[in-house]
Design a protein around this ligand. Structure first.
Ligand code: G3P
Ligand code: MG
Length: 250
């Protein structure tokens, strides 16, 4: 039901490095993590890049939007200074570059497809198609990623393009149609905000045979609690506090 790592570094390096960058992936790796979650969005010219916000301003000190900026420009942008001046040479990475880094270091990926509003279908399709191409190139030893998205449309489109790549459907809180959505998407897991999970809903998800993944669990106490409810895995910002080999017995 969840043949994936249990403990996953959120946005690559959690709170220790600028999110969704190669420096973040390297940081997670140096803390012993062999599993990462990150967000992927399309540039103006439909190249998948790692980015959480569709508008600049928080992690990119500029005005503008990802969807109206070319990949050539995006890949030159400073994605590290907002976090700490020690990361001022860190740039926005392409999905391809991060995918190759993770495969080289045998890091499992939860690729969150994060479309700019209005670009849901195309984002799912393009990310899925590039993943297929990279999986072929990386050969038999490649670790298949798990796609996830809050966007049903993006995941549906990824499913049509690459049915062989597993999917988890993200929802912030309980949706009465959760099971129907998972069935149509042929999803293997439900991903949700641990703050909105209840023991009863967790039980229903597990009894229905799905994997259950939570974001973003940042304390040992809460990690123990959600694991005791049957949660299979979670991502965390506190990679300094929660070791990659954490179990409820630690
Ligand atoms: O994929 C889990 C989590 O990353 C979802 O929320 O906003 O951090 O991308 P967000
Ligand atoms: Mg995310």
């Amino acid at each position: 039901m969840w043949p994936y790592p249990k403990i996953v570094a959120h946005r690559g390096g959690g709170s220790l490095a600028p999110e969704n960058t190669l420096a973040a992936m390297a940081c997670g790796f140096s803390h012993g993590y062999r599993a990462v979650e990150f967000d992927v969005m399309l540039s103006k010219d439909e190249i998948p890049v790692l980015m959480h916000d569709s508008e600049f301003g928080r992690t990119i000190q500029a005005s503008g939007e990802v969807a109206t900026t070319s990949a050539e420009e995006l890949l030159k942008m400073d994605a590290g200074s907002w976090f700490n001046s020690a990361f001022s040479d860190v740039r926005v990475p392409g999905y391809e570059e991060v995918f190759r880094f993770c495969q080289k270091h045998q890091i499992w990926m939860n690729v969150e497809i994060k479309p700019t509003p209005g670009f849901e279908g195309v984002t799912g399709k393009v990310v899925a198609a590039l993943t297929q191409e990279l999986m072929r190139e990386c050969g038999a030893q490649a670790i298949p990623p798990l796609f996830s998205s809050f966007s049903y449309e993006a995941l549906r489109s990824a499913q049509q393009q690459a049915p062989e790549i597993a999917r988890g459907f993200l929802m912030d809180s309980f949706e009465p149609t959760w099971q129907q959505s998972l069935i149509t998407l042929e999803a293997v897991a439900l991903h949700t905000n641990h703050e909105n999970l209840t023991p009863d809903w967790a039980k229903q998800i597990k009894q229905a045979g799905y994997g259950l993944f939570c974001y973003t669990v940042n304390s040992v106490e809460r990690a123990r609690q959600v694991l005791s409810w049957g949660v299979d895995g979670f991502c965390t910002d506190r990679i300094d506090l929660i070791p990659a080999n954490f179990t409820s017995k630690i």
